[in-house]
Design a protein around this ligand. Structure first.
Ligand code: SF4
Length: 393
């Protein structure tokens, strides 16, 4: 039995290598991104606001911002990753302040709903031995209407469509449905704090059940996974495991070298030579094309020469060209061909094995062991050359 959270499943969907480090091998990352740090400082501050309200103590906006800034000062470290180099940590601190200010001014006196829970720590039973973490930032009700509220400090304004299809909100709503049978309506809501807007969606039982089943399927895929490759992409700059990722280890090593050390690094030298060879091939592609066309013309002329002389081999100074005649057969209507072969009872005899499909089944382990034994499996390396993105790109 295992417990899954939205972060855990999303990590698997984003990068299996990172999932393997974090969840299978239990390797901790002590790095944090500035976006995540700012988000957690804002979350903790709003939690404090509502905790105090439950004890009939209302903090002023100034007091609340003071708490936020104090938290920031106490927890900030220079280890925190700032991927956007043109901004400083203080820019992010001010964004967080702005989020809190907007939220406070819009919801003061905070009596819109009754708070049931803050940063809840519950579990939804998935019925197959696993559970799903239910951690709702602000869980509230108004009569028999229940509200699952999540704070978002991100810079992208999400859409209603995002809210309508979000897995985490659906799973939380399902938990509300099962835990509070008096719930007439369950609203799932994102407070988009930077934009001073809310995105609200409702969940029907059918929608909840559909996402519930999809989530169980995703978990099954995780549990049956045997390969954990890296998946480099735009989110790598925000990955707290970048320092332990084989996609970036060499780059990080080079970034910490002197220019002299870089010029002596064997890897740098080899990739530079490979790039030069690749450039040379690229530059000569047009020339190669012309030469290929010229060769084709010469071939045709040699064939004509041989035909005229009724010979099968033409001799040059120190090379000869042999001419073999054969027929090339192609089929324009392959569907028709397949049905005629079946009609005539010849299909089984003439159709061939689909090796790409067979190989994929062997890789997934989704095949009879007698067949797998017949396959010779060897590790091969392919390389691909691409430009390193500069910070501006
Ligand atoms: S840096 Fe990118 S490829 Fe490497 S573990 Fe993180 S997300 Fe995966």
């Amino acid at each position: 039995m295992a417990n899954y959270s939205n972060t855990k499943i999303s990590t698997f969907e984003q990068c299996r290598y990172k999932y393997d480090l974090k969840y299978n091998k239990g390797i901790k990352s002590y790095k944090n991104t500035i976006e995540a740090f700012m988000g957690s400082m804002v979350h903790e501050t709003l939690e404090k606001l509502y905790t105090d309200l439950r004890y009939m103590k209302k903090l002023s906006l100034e007091e609340l911002l003071g708490i936020y800034n104090q938290k920031w000062k106490e927890n900030f470290t220079h280890e925190i990753i700032i991927a956007k180099k043109e901004y400083t940590a203080d820019n992010y601190r001010l964004i967080g302040e702005d989020c809190i200010r907007k939220y406070y001014l819009r919801f003061d006196p905070f009596d819109q709903e009754t708070i049931i829970g803050l940063e809840t720590n519950d579990f939804l039973d998935l019925g197959d031995g696993n559970t799903y973490s239910v951690r709702i930032d602000k869980f509230s009700c108004k009569g028999n209407d229940y509200y699952v509220c999540d704070y978002k400090t991100e810079s992208r304004m999400r859409t209603k469509d995002d809210a309508d299809h979000d897995r985490q909100l659906s799973m939380y709503a399902k938990w509300v449905r099962e835990t509070y049978p008096d719930a007439e309506n369950i609203y799932v809501l994102w407070h988009m704090l930077r934009f001073d807007k809310d995105l609200v969606a409702e969940r029907t039982d059918t929608e909840m059940d559909e996402i519930f089943e999809n989530t169980k399927r995703s978990i099954k895929e995780i549990e049956s996974c045997t390969e954990w490759p890296t998946n480099p992409g735009t989110l790598c700059d925000y990955c707290d495991y970048k320092g332990q990722c084989p996609e970036f280890t060499h780059l990080i090593e080079i970034e910490n070298m002197t220019p002299e050390e870089i010029s002596e690094d064997a890897g740098v030298g080899l990739v530079d030579l490979y790039t030069q060879a690749d450039d040379l091939i690229d530059k000569n592609k047009e020339e190669i094309k012309k030469l290929e066309a010229e060769k084709e013309n010469l071939k045709n002329e040699i064939v004509c020469f041989a035909e005229k002389k009724d010979i099968t081999c033409v001799y040059g100074t120190d090379h000869k060209i042999s001419i073999k005649r054969s027929q090339r057969i192609t089929y324009e209507d392959k569907d028709r061909l397949e049905s005629v072969l079946k009609e005539k009872g010849l299909y089984d005899d003439l159709s061939s094995i689909s090796y790409p499909r067979l190989n994929s089944k062997i890789k997934k382990g989704d095949i009879d062991s007698d067949i797998k034994e017949l396959a010779h499996i060897e590790d091969i390396e392919t390389v691909s050359l691409s430009k390193i993105k500069t910070k501006k790109e």
